[in-house]
Design a protein around this ligand. Structure first.
Ligand code: NAD
Length: 500
């Protein structure tokens, strides 16, 4: 079993305490690798290295074409390691090899490249001529923020490594990545490749360890300029509080309870498959998962009959088998939590359509059957709370207004979908739903050219696209006097000094 080290200031190091922890495959429940368990002194070391790289190193001042060239070279080097990354991502996070092969690793790399290329934008923006209160030439510069901490959730480890590094680095910042403890290994492989590509020391640092102390120390640290956090709303709230002490820039990508609305005129076969994809992709462990299925009453019964049939095609099993489409949840604790929600749904009067137990004939990991409840009332816990497991709640509506009200009856606002053959009708519903992304006749399709992020308690700020790049810059206004040495024409001259 491999023992990894962290990347700090261009060197691979153990935790100062020497402590380590094991990463466990949630499917087979066997150790995958050992990694350092960092403490506050390791965070201090990483921040000092990152600070030096930003304040004294070549990275922030490098011509943009050169930074882009180096980042694309890094992507090419990562390409050569795709097969190893697919296997590691599968084993550390319990994600089926089918998905890490067809989606996570190649798509993550394409997103990395797209974000890097999108950074080729002018950093200088002239403002219109200004003659009041004084004639002046004005322009705006976009400058890097500085040391950016990227704190990641465990559910899409490679994607988050790509999302937290590409835009920050491309805009001239330096990064300290803190992967989730369940799944830090592909981020550590990224670190190895960064050094192979000859990046200046301290531009990329990776620190592994628990949320407290590693994440908390990064959020509080006076020499960290920005935190980009992906994780639960509960921890996001704490991150914002910890960062408030130093007025850090904070981007929060948090939880969700996304509505998936099927209107009466939807293509039912497509919408049924879409509902399964929306809810059970990544065993339901996706922040944007369509976990509340809202069905028009006129199609409700027919929809559920077809859904029950199509659910048989979800193949739960060994994540290393290419035929498997759904793996386990991440940990024993997470399974206990999911099973608690299944029990609460039964108690609160929902009707079990399928699943509800543990699947047979699978490895000994943390599996839960894909589960669907219908007749779910809007006051129940499975309608309101993020479960982060393979549990779908179905609720019926009578009118489009009621569908919109149910869709918005949540403290979250990350994503939503609408299924309808009428583009006009679907767009009208999409406009009325309070969420950061709304798909029409589709689900989960996040791309690097469109912004991603939440309304309400699903977060603040955006990742991806030019909106995400902007989150990694400060805006500087430069005013250049055009009056020259004639003091009489300086409008402010009388304010503090008497003219003689
Ligand atoms: P989590 O909030 O428990 O942990 C996220 C990260 O924060 C981990 O690296 C963890 O070690 C760290 N952390 C924990 N406590 C911390 C603290 N006090 N201060 C700073 N950092 C701390 O989330 P998770 O269980 O890893 O992931 C699941 C959650 O993430 C779900 O709620 C899901 O919806 C959300 N998520 C959101 C998005 C999005 O883009 N909106 C994407 C994926 C996951």
């Amino acid at each position: 079993m491999e023992t990894y080290r962290m990347l700090i200031g261009g060197e691979f190091v153990d935790a100062a305490s020497g402590r380590t922890f094991d990463v466990i495959d949630p499917c087979r429940v066997e150790p995958v690798a050992r990694v350092p368990a960092a403490g506050r002194e390791d965070v201090d070391r990483a921040v000092a290295a990152a600070r030096k790289a930003f304040d004294e190193g070549p990275w922030p001042g490098m011509p943009q074409e050169e930074r882009i060239r180096r980042l694309l070279d890094l992507a090419d080097r990562l390409d050569a390691k795709q097969t190893m990354l697919m296997d590691l991502e599968c084993r550390q996070a319990g994600i089926p090899i089918r998905k890490t092969t067809l989606m996570d690793i190649p798509v993550g790399l394409e997103m990395f490249r797209a974000m890097v290329k999108a950074s080729a934008v002018p950093r200088y923006e002239p403002l219109p001529w200004i003659d009041f209160p004084a004639v002046s030439w004005n322009f705006v510069l976009r400058e890097p923020i500085g040391v950016c901490a990227g704190i990641c959730a465990w559910n899409f480890p490679w994607l988050f490594t790509m999302w937290k590094s590409a835009p920050a680095l491309a805009m001239g910042n330096v990064v300290i990545l803190k992967p989730a403890s369940y799944s830090p290994l592909t981020c550590l492989e990224f670190a190895k490749t960064v050094t192979e590509a000859g990046f200046p020391p301290g531009v990329v640092n990776v620190v592994t360890g628990a949320g407290n102390p590693v994440g908390t120390a990064l959020c509080e640290h006076p020499r960290v300029d920005k935190v980009s956090f992906t994780g639960s709303t509960e921890v996001g709230r704490e991150v914002q509080q910890l960062a408030a002490g130093t007025i850090k820039r904070v981007t929060l990508e948090l939880g969700g309870k996304s509505p998936n609305v099927v209107l009466a005129d939807a293509d039912l076969d497509m919408a049924v498959d879409g509902a399964i994809f929306a809810a059970f992709f990544n065993a339901g462990q996706a922040c944007e998962a369509g976990t509340r299925l809202l069905l028009d009453a006129s199609i409700h019964d027919e929809f559920l009959a077809r859904l029950r049939e199509r659910m048989k095609l979800v193949r739960v099993g060994d994540t290393q088998d290419f035929e498997t489409t759904m793996g386990p949840v991440i940990s024993e604790g997470q399974r206990t939590k999911v099973e608690g929600y299944i029990a609460s749904a039964r108690q609160e009067g929902a009707r079990l359509l399928c699943g509800g137990g543990r699947p047979q004939g699978v490895p000994r990991g943390w599996f839960v059957e894909p589960t669907v409840f219908s007749d779910v009332g809007p006051a129940t816990r499975i309608f309101r709370e993020e479960i982060f497991g393979p549990v779908l709640a179905v609720t019926k509506f009578a009118t489009v207004d009621e569908a919109v009200a149910l869709a918005n009856d949540t403290s979250y606002g990350l994503a939503a979908a609408v299924w309808s053959k009428s583009s006009i009708g679907a767009i009208d519903v999409a406009r009325r739903i309070r969420a950061g992304t709304v798909w029409i006749n589709d689900y989960h399709l996040i791309n690097a050219d469109a912004p991603f992020g939440g309304f309400k308690q699903s977060g603040r700020g955006r990742e991806l696209s030019r909106y995400g790049l902007e989150e990694y810059t400060e805006i500087k206004h430069v005013h250049v006097d055009q009056i020259g040495p004639d003091r009489d024409r300086k409008f402010w001259f009388d304010y503090v000094m008497n003219r003689e």
